[in-house]
Structure formats: structure tokens, C-alpha cells
Design a protein around this ligand. Structure first.
Ligand SMILES: Cc1cc2nc3c(=O)[nH]c(=O)nc-3n(C[C@H](O)[C@H](O)[C@H](O)COP(=O)(O)O)c2cc1C
Length: 203
């Protein structure tokens, strides 16, 4: 089997306090697997102090629910042909937990091992105009430093025109309600497109 025949290896790496980005990661994984990818869903390490997590019921419950989700490692970054990151918007940027993970990648970056991977980014925010795009852009900036080939959704599917659609990357409004089906569809489209272009980029 040549590399071109092998399934695309996709690492979906997320941070989530309350479950939104976790759900987005699961939806993306299902769509990417249906598109033929080999997928790992991985969470980044919680860096907030335990007392902060325990001080909020929903945060503590979600941490307990997902404690067995494997933690993203540098080996996973090396393993993957493509990356899909999902992070909450925090004051108009990525969650510091995600930034902390990025800050562990200098060694791989120096060896050129993060280059030439297809990559895309998703986010959620509480407000419909709460800084989603600045979050996505800051993560994409780091991915450019890595030498990734960016695969944003663009306006390439009707799903992008729905509320959670965004040409920069799926942007779910996290308002305590279940994620609407239209937003899941925007996530699915982004994941499928990443797999399709990831295969071309990997060759
Ligand atoms: C410290 C902090 C900062 C936040 N900043 C923003 C923000 O700038 N804009 C916004 O719309 N929501 C903001 N939020 C809400 C988060 O985006 C929301 O909790 C998140 O999208 C939920 O994702 P999760 O369920 O995966 O944790 C903030 C939340 C926290 C805790």
C-alpha cells in the first residue's frame, strides 16, 4: 500500500470546559471517519487549578465525564497528517489551555515536523459576535508558523451560511442549549473538507 492509499491520519485536538468543543470534536470525528480518515480525538491538558474547576459544577462535571479522553501529545502531532483544533473563545482569543499545548511544540517545530500538514480550526463563544474570528485567526497564525497548509471552510457549502457556519471555521454559539443541527452540519462540512484536502496535500 502506498502512502496515497493509506487513510488520512487526522488528530482532532480540543479544549472544553463545559462540553461545547468536546461535542464539536465528536461530530467532526464522525464525519471525518465517514470520509475515510483514521481519527484520534484528543484533549489538551487542563491547566486551571483544581479548585477553579471544582468551583463550577458544569466544569467539574465535564472534566469528570471526559477524564478518559486521551491527552494530546507531541507524538500525536508527529503521527497526524492533518490537524483540526477546537477551542472556546476566551476574551477574543484561544483558551490558555490550548495556548499552553502550543507552547510545548517548539522542539517539533525546530525539527520541521509540524510542517506540511493540512490544518483547520473551530471555536465556540457565548455571544454571536463574541470574538470568534479573532480566536480562529490567532490559532491559524500559529499554524502558519508551523508551516501547515490551512484548510478553512470558506463559503464552499450551504452549511457555512447557517448561524454556526463561518468561512474562517465553524463557530458555535455556546448558550447553554444543545448545539443546533445546523451548527453540527457546519462542523461536518469543515471536517470532510479537511480530510479531502488533507489527502491531496499529503499526496
Ligand atoms: C474566561 C472566559 C472568557 C470568555 N470570553 C468570551 C469572549 O470573549 N466572547 C464570548 O462570546 N464568550 C466568551 N466566553 C464564553 C466561552 O466562549 C464559552 O464558555 C465557551 O465557548 C464554551 O465552550 P466549552 O463548552 O467547550 O467550554 C468566555 C468564557 C470564559 C470562562
Amino acid at each position: 500500500m502506498t502512502q496515497g492509499d493509506a487513510p488520512l491520519k487526522l488528530a482532532i485536538i480540543y479544549y472544553s470546559s463545559y462540553g461545547t468543543n468536546y461535542q464539536m470534536a465528536l461530530t467532526a470525528a464522525e464525519a471525518a471517519r465517514a470520509e475515510g480518515a483514521e481519527v484520534k480525538v484528543l484533549r489538551v491538558r487542563e491547566t486551571a487549578p483544581p479548585e477553579a474547576v471544582q468551583s463550577q459544577g458544569p466544569w467539574a462535571e465535564h472534566a469528570e465525564l471526559t477524564k478518559d479522553v486521551p491527552m494530546a501529545t507531541l507524538d500525536d502531532l508527529e503521527w497526524a497528517d492533518a490537524y483540526l483544533f477546537s477551542t472556546p473563545t476566551r476574551y477574543g482569543g484561544a483558551a490558555s489551555q490550548m495556548r499552553s499545548f502550543f507552547d510545548t511544540t517548539g522542539g517539533l517545530w525546530a525539527e520541521g515536523k509540524l510542517a506540511n500538514k493540512a490544518a483547520s480550526v473551530m471555536t465556540s463563544a457565548q455571544n454571536p459576535n463574541g470574538g470568534q474570528e479573532s480566536t480562529l485567526l490567532t490559532v491559524y497564525s500559529s499554524l502558519m508558523h508551523w508551516g501547515c497548509v490551512l484548510v478553512p471552510p470558506g463559503y464552499t457549502d450551504p452549511a457555512v451560511f447557517a448561524a454556526g457556519g463561518n468561512p474562517y471555521g465553524a463557530s458555535v454559539t455556546a448558550n447553554g442549549q444543545p448545539i443546533p443541527e445546523a451548527d453540527h452540519e457546519a462542523v461536518r462540512h469543515q471536517a470532510r473538507r479537511l480530510v479531502q484536502f488533507g489527502r491531496k496535500i499529503r499526496g
